[in-house]
Every structure is written in structure tokens, then in C-alpha cells.
Design a protein around this ligand. Structure first.
Ligand SMILES: [Mg+2]
Length: 340
């Protein structure tokens, strides 16, 4: 099989603030694997917390591995690619392209290849991108009006209490409010800040501090449920429960197959689960929607992030807080125009 990659820079409507970074645009590699008959499978590698050249090098290392295969031995091929060019976001791009190709060859959607009986409809949260309380309030009001039942707010930034209070006031008492500190707090800061935010009603806090040991201590020190995100990829941490929930991402785990396997291990350890995007394009979002049929998330997923981009076609929109998997074989039709 031939490997094609092309670079895409997708601009956001407005800057997206986390405790770690300000994001104005997302750089990604759009990937196609093309078989001898000219059939193509599509994937993407997002360069959010990694330099683009690292992903390029990892994908280049997969090229000779792919050249010797017809794509039918998907699991073995992913293993060989992961050894040749080890980066999970690159492995994820190849994995989703091979699933897409397998589906197109079989004339079946990926969710059916994963054993599901019905097309998935996935409950999702809205993401509040603004750091400023006034803007965060407007975004929360818009999320409520369009039928979301959960919003996610970044914390670990100046003015957390004002921002979360503004979101609660605008979102109403029924809205689940999820926090994400991206590991910014110390254990002590996390416990005291979460204590002060408790009266506002918090669904859970993702990655309050960095590292699973610290997260376990925060979890023991607060009544607010705590979730692993970045620290979920520490070796073995999904196999032993250190807190309430775990957030799984296609690009961090290395694709659909790896995410489904991680979900099954995490569930066996007693975690509640949800999936999320790393500001993925529509192929990454679609891959997560398909994976959700096998991963069976317990909580709303952070997959309604395509609306944060500007100047791209509207695909996979959230309706009443849910996203339907796209129609068609493979990952779905109509996803690739977004990358042009
Ligand atoms: Mg997170």
C-alpha cells in the first residue's frame, strides 16, 4: 500500500485557553493509505502536544512497512508500524486509515466491523473555550440553548472561581459542569480549589494535578469525582483504579483498536469512562464515535469540538447534545472535504 500525507493548518474561531497553552490553530497531517486497486482509507494525526516533524518522521518510518502489505492484516500491521515509528498520534492515523479502508472494502461502517448492532449516537459535552468570564458565560448560555446537558470548563487559569460561577449562572442548575485543570495544580492547590468550587456543583474534575500518584491523593481529598486524562497513559494506570473516571483519546492511545482495548481494561479496574478529542479533525472525531460502540462511555464525551474551528465545512454537528456517526462505509462519507 502507498502512504500519502498532507499538511493542514486549521484555525480556531477564537483562541482556546488551557492551563498549559493558548491554541489559535491546530496543525495536523491528513493521511491516506491506498491499496493496489486504488481504494483509499483516510486518517489524521493531530500535532497538539507534539512537534509536527515528530509525527512526519513517525509516519515516514511506517511507509516501508505499509508498502509490503495489502492492509488485510490490520492488527499485525499496526504493531509493525508502532515499532517502526513509535508515536501514538501517528499510529492512530494509520490505524484509523486501515479501519476506514477495511470498511470501504467490506461496504460496511466501522461500527458494524466492531460488532455493534446499531449506529451509535454519542452524548457529548460542549467545550467552553473562553477564559474570560463574560465570554464563558455567553458560551455556556449557547450550550444550554442548543440542548447540551454537560459543559467542560478549563481551570488552572487566573479567575477560575469567577469563570465557573459565570458558567453555572448562565448554564442553569441542571447542567453538568466538568472541569479540566490539565495537571496545573499541586495536590494541595487542587484539594483547596475544588473545595471552594464544590458549592457550584461540579460533575468531575479532569487531571487536577499531574501524575497518577498525585491524582489519587486529590481524589481521596475531595468529594468531587476526579478523572485521569494525560496521566491515563502512564504504564499500568488504567489497570488499577486511582480515581473515579478516565478520559480516553484516540490520538493518545494510538487508534481505535488500542482505545477499545484500554477501555476494556479501565472498565475492569472499576473506572467510569468517556472519550474526548485533542482538537481532532472530523476523521479523528468519527473514529472516536465508532470506537464508542465498543468502548461504551458512561459519561458525555468531549467530541463536540469541530465547532471550535472556522472556515471549514460543518460536519458531525451536535444536535441536542448528541452526535450521530456519519453515514456510509468505513469511517463515513463526507469527512475529507474538511481537510482541503
Ligand atoms: Mg483534558
Amino acid at each position: 500500500m502507498r502512504l500519502d500525507t498532507s499538511f493542514v493548518e486549521a484555525r480556531l474561531r477564537a483562541p482556546f485557553f488551557t492551563a498549559r497553552q493558548r491554541v489559535d490553530a491546530v496543525r495536523l497531517l491528513y493521511v491516506r493509505v491506498v491499496d493496489a486497486a486504488g481504494r483509499a482509507g483516510h486518517g489524521e494525526a493531530v500535532a497538539l502536544d507534539v512537534e509536527l516533524h515528530v509525527l512526519r518522521d513517525a509516519l515516514e518510518a511506517c511507509r516501508p512497512v505499509l508498502a509490503e502489505s495489502d492492509g488485510t492484516d490490520r492488527e499485525q500491521l499496526i504493531g509493525a508500524c508502532a515499532q517502526a515509528g513509535p508515536h501514538p498520534a501517528a499510529a492512530s492515523a494509520i490505524d484509523m486509515a486501515l479501519w476506514d479502508l477495511a470498511g470501504r472494502r467490506a461496504g460496511e461502517p466501522v461500527w458494524r466491523l466492531l460488532g455493534a448492532a446499531d449506529a451509535p449516537v454519542v452524548e457529548v459535552n460542549a467545550t467552553i473555550a473562553a477564559a474570560d468570564p463574560g465570554r464563558a458565560s455567553s458560551e455556556a448560555a449557547a450550550a444550554r440553548e442548543t440542548g447540551f446537558r454537560c459543559v467542560k470548563v478549563k481551570v488552572g487559569l487566573p479567575g477560575d472561581a469567577d469563570r465557573v460561577a459565570a458558567v453555572r449562572a448562565a448554564a442553569g442548575p441542571e447542567m453538568a459542569i466538568r472541569l479540566d485543570a490539565n495537571g496545573a495544580w499541586s495536590v494541595g492547590e487542587a484539594v483547596s480549589t475544588l473545595h471552594s468550587l464544590e458549592p457550584l456543583g461540579v460533575e468531575l474534575c479532569e487531571e487536577p494535578t499531574s501524575g497518577s500518584d498525585g491524582i489519587a491523593r486529590v481524589s481521596a481529598g475531595t468529594s468531587i469525582p476526579v478523572a485521569l486524562d494525560e496521566s491515563a497513559s502512564e504504564p499500568g494506570v488504567v489497570d488499577r483504579r486511582v480515581c473515579d473516571a478516565v478520559c480516553l483519546k484516540i490520538a493518545r492511545w494510538g487508534g481505535i483498536s488500542a482505545l477499545v482495548e484500554a477501555a476494556s481494561r479501565a472498565r475492569a479496574a472499576g473506572y467510569r469512562l468517556y472519550l474526548a478529542s485533542m482538537l481532532d479533525g472530523p476523521l479523528g472525531i468519527a473514529a472516536a464515535l465508532h470506537a464508542a460502540t465498543a468502548a461504551r462511555p458512561d459519561l458525555p464525551c468531549g467530541l463536540a469540538t469541530l465547532s471550535l474551528f472556522t472556515g471549514r465545512p460543518e460536519v458531525l454537528p451536535a444536535r441536542q447534545g448528541r452526535i450521530r456517526v456519519p453515514d456510509g462505509p468505513g469511517l463515513g462519507l463526507g469527512l475529507s472535504d474538511w481537510y482541503e
